[in-house]
Design a protein around this ligand. Sequence first.
Ligand code: G3P
Ligand code: MG
Length: 259
Amino acid sequence: TARLSPWPYPRWIAHRGAGKQAPENTLAAFRHGAALGWTSYECDVKLSADGELFLLHDDTLQRTSDGHGIAGLLDWTALSRLDAGSWQGPAWAGEPLPRLEAIARHCLARGHTLNIEIKPTTGTDAPTGRAVALAVRDLWQDAVQAGRSPWPLLSSFQPEALAAARIAAPELPRALLLDTLQADSWQRADELGCVAVVLNHRLIDGHGLIAQRQADGLRVLVYTVNDAARARQLFDWGLDGVISDAVDDIREQVEALAR
Ligand code: G3P
Ligand code: MG
């Protein structure tokens, strides 16, 4: 039985900042989550054409901003002028795409922890993984050495991004994201030196899968659980963390369900 690494992260993680009630992956979403008492966040990070790291979920800009086309083909100057809030409502007009650096400052100032999903623009897995790892080392190093923060957890659906992150900064904790299970999924996580897997919660139908992964030394987290009864069940099965959109009330509801 492998040993589980210490786990410095809260078990509740707000998805895309707290990006269901505020524009996803913006500082406004992080502020919204903080106002509701959330202390741990997932966000999606990609690389601009000129090498800046910023938050965005999709490859393209049109769903969550007033821009169009592939975000990763633009320089940061152009990206920084976009409105990433108005699509969610007039109250958020003018909210910009944030750089990873701004999110790092926000979280470090509050003692909040981060799960950075490396979300490469198609075809840029390795360079994005490498850039995220080097930036995270730079931004968090002092706080980690002073014991003020754990490292962010780096996760990705793209093994190549995690492999590149590992080469650039092997000390950073990594997690493989899995939306489906293949015969070699666990072996893959192991080969990438992961401390955790982050699974689509629908892949879990009982306590066995969680217990087996933990016996192999892997923490088990899931996305995206918005139903309190489901979250309660998963925690009762020994789950290490839940990524959720339901930031307004799910934690209280799950507490109320506790036996
Ligand atoms: O990191 C977990 C979750 O965010 C993965 O799905 O599409 O919301 O990035 P997605
Ligand atoms: Mg994500």
